[in-house]
Design a protein around this ligand. Structure first.
Ligand code: ZN
Length: 288
């Protein structure tokens, strides 16, 4: 089962959260029929959204990540609830690109780097908080590190990875976010840098031991204390009622057209492919 673990260094200056997200990434692949490079792009984004979302604290809060780098994959959207349960969407799920010389999937080329990464935190009160940065490489982790540095002013090291099998299913997925808290000594930054370099590809570590091994690897020498751990999954929040509200809020002329045709209206959730059918009479009650 997918899992998020959070910990803090014994001196209180370094916080870390790590996720193993193979199952939710595989679910996303099944729903959207993504090719490997898009599975990796979407999977990395889902892992990031899940980790950031799981820090929202308030049950009614949600987080939306939007990445649009102008690459062939188009826009990528990931939405997390406050526990880190996520859903996602990608505009063009089928992109085939040659691998990089290193053998890695060329996520940066699929996503593109001519555009923005935006993060919206909606606490269902007042205006949502939103921040955006220019994409650095479209490789996702670098882009999120830039987001944290620029938008939240928190020195952050992060890595997200997705390993796709020969049959295109997801073998391993996950990542981590390490952050230096105010007052952290310079040597903490040096040690984080050393640890992340030595940890290397997150999918290799995850395959060996899961989120906890990954967390221990990036926190080597910090004597981390585990603060919380919890399971997460691919979860959509759509419902018949929500879609009926959405359809009913279309403009009056469109609604009149639908009613005039007298045929049932079918809508599909872009996050989970659930299909909802409404009789024209169901729209009547929300007329006016
Ligand atoms: Zn749905």
């Amino acid at each position: 089962m997918d899992e998020i673990i959070k910990a803090i260094s014994s001196d209180g200056f370094v916080s870390v959260s790590a996720i193993s997200s193979r199952e939710l990434t595989e679910r996303a692949r099944e729903i959207h029929g993504t090719t490997p490079v898009v599975t990796a792009a979407l999977g990395r984004t889902l892992a990031a959204a899940s980790l950031i979302g799981s820090a929202l604290k308030k049950p009614e809060a949600s987080l939306t990540v939007n990445i649009n780098g102008g690459g062939p994959a188009g826009t990528i959207i990931a939405v997390s609830d406050y526990e880190g349960n996520v859903r996602g969407y990608v505009q063009n799920p089928i992109v085939e690109l040659p691998r990089k010389a290193s053998g890695k999937l060329d996520v940066g080329a699929a996503v593109g780097n001519n555009g923005m990464l935006s993060v919206i935190k909606d606490f269902r009160e007042k205006e949502p908080y939103s921040g955006a940065v220019k994409l650095v490489s479209g490789e996702i982790a670098e882009d999120f590190a830039a987001y944290f540095a620029v938008s939240e002013q928190i020195p952050t090291a992060c890595a997200f990875g997705v390993l796709v099998d020969r049959d295109r299913s997801v073998l391993a997925a996950g990542g981590y976010i390490v952050q230096l808290l105010p007052g952290a000594p310079g040597k903490a930054a040096t040690l984080v840098e050393k640890n992340t370099a030595e940890t290397g590809a997150v999918t290799s570590v995850l395959n060996g031991g899961g989120a906890q091994t990954l967390l221990e690897s990036v926190m080597n020498g910090f004597s981390p204390r585990i603060l919380e751990r919890g399971n997460v999954e691919y979860r959509c929040s759509c419902s018949r009622e929500r879609f009926l509200n959405a359809v009913s809020s279309l403009d009056k002329r469109e609604l009149d057209d639908m009613r005039a045709k007298g045929e049932p209206i079918e809508v599909k959730c872009q996050f989970c492919n659930a299909v909802y059918t409404f009789a024209p009479s169901e729209l009547d009650r929300t007329d006016n």
